[in-house]
Ligand binder design. Structure first.
Ligand code: PLP
Length: 374
């Protein structure tokens, strides 16, 4: 068998009110970051997650830049975070002048191993940056307990966790400050976009100022006392976000249904030495932002990815660890550090087509193509 129709790793679903709300932007002329959809999206999304305030920004990485700076973390401060993550949180820590201190992954949930955090706390530690990975949250209770005991801030990167819960409470509602991304492969999308959430009225004002070049909200125009960014979200993006948010529960059900489908149909891979995602822990059911697989070794991973690619099935490798990033090594960071669990995930992991737009026919095809290989 040879499949010839491409099955992309992600396709978004934009079949609700997206076009209607976008047309409203064009018809009314509200296309910039001034416009009624932005505050509405901020209100509706923060309410959905269960937080008092939301600040919509241009993307999730921008949200992290602002989150770190808003907490007054900078020069010589240390932030504890996982090595197995996208680069965005580490980049935000470093460009704000602080130092990322890394921990290895939990082999079962692929999130930061919370048992390794305490030994990394020093007098310079200011925060723990939690990154929830792929579909299961990090184990938050022990993290919150440590933060309380050592007086540390918690930043929650919930960019992959829209609607996921930890012991029944929404991810993104635990940190002093938390962030989401609305990139097209996330549960809801605005094309590019992100949001910062907090319950702290002072922090939300800081975030709004940092998003808007640190214009002084009450001072004379064009006089600045601090540097920020132009990280504003447009009304066009917020229009998309509002339409997407109307369907979030449906999207989450769809992701979970796809995850359960792959779990069942691909269970044979376990006998071939693969690790499949955990379907649940005692605190959460997997939301399957993506459906990841960990191959038994690098050769097996490269071989299967090539085979899938020849069969037009899109895949993505897992994140590459922060301590092995050339850009950070050139800066003299993480010399001789080793995190074996995370290194194993980075070397052997990849994920299958997991997008909301994946058809029933195509997901069956993905399974059939994998079965044919073994
Ligand atoms: C997607 C993602 C980001 C970055 O979001 P962008 O909107 O692409 O900048 C940050 N953290 C995690 C964990 C992500 O998955």
């Amino acid at each position: 068998m040879m499949n010839t129709k491409p099955i992309p790793v992600n396709t978004p679903l934009l079949s609700g009110n997206e076009l209607k709300y976008l047309s409203e932007c064009i018809e009314t002329g509200w296309i910039s970051s001034e416009g009624p959809f932005i505050t509405k999206f901020e209100e509706n999304f923060s309410k959905y997650i269960g937080r008092n305030f939301g600040v919509a920004v241009s993307n999730g990485s921008a949200a992290l830049d602002i989150a770190v700076k808003a907490l007054e973390i900078g020069e010589d401060d240390e932030i504890i975070m996982p090595t197995f993550t996208i680069i965005s949180p580490a980049q935000s820590v470093i460009t704000n002048g602080a130092i990322p201190v890394l921990v290895d992954s939990d082999p079962n949930t692929w999130n930061m191993d919370v048992s390794q955090i305490e030994s990394k706390i020093t007098s310079k530690t200011k925060a723990i940056l939690v990154v929830h990975i792929y579909g299961l949250p990090a184990d938050l209770d022990p993290i919150l307990e440590l933060a309380k005991r050592y007086n540390l801030k918690v930043i929650e990167d919930a960019a992959e966790m829209h609607g996921q819960t930890y012991n029944g409470k929404k991810c993104g509602s635990f940190g002093d400050i938390s962030i989401f991304s609305f990139y097209p492969n996330k549960h809801i999308t605005t094309g590019e976009g992100g949001m910062i959430l907090t319950d702290d009225a002072h922090l939300v004002e800081r975030c709004k100022k940092l998003r808007n070049l640190c214009f002084e909200p009450n001072g004379p125009r064009f006089i600045h006392h601090e540097l920020g960014w132009n990280y504003r979200m447009t009304n066009l993006q917020a229009a998309l976000g509002l339409a997407q948010l109307e369907r979030i529960n449906e999207f989450i059900d769809k992701k979970r249904e796809l995850g359960a489908f792959y779990q069942q149909k691909l269970s044979f891979l376990a006998e071939k030495g693969y690790s499949l995602p955990l379907s649940s822990t005692d605190y959460s059911d997997n939301i399957y932002w993506v459906f990841g697989l960990v191959a038994p070794n690098i050769e097996a991973k490269e071989e299967i990815i090539k085979y899938l690619s020849d069969q037009k099935v899109g895949t993505r490798p897992f994140f590459w660890c922060m301590h092995e990033q050339p850009v950070f090594q050139k800066m003299g960071l993480f010399k001789n550090e080793k995190y074996p669990i995370a290194e194993n995930l980075a070397r052997n992991g990849f994920y299958l087509p997991s997008g909301l737009g994946l058809s029933m026919e195509d997901r069956e095809l993905v399974v059939e193509i994998l079965k044919n290989h073994y």
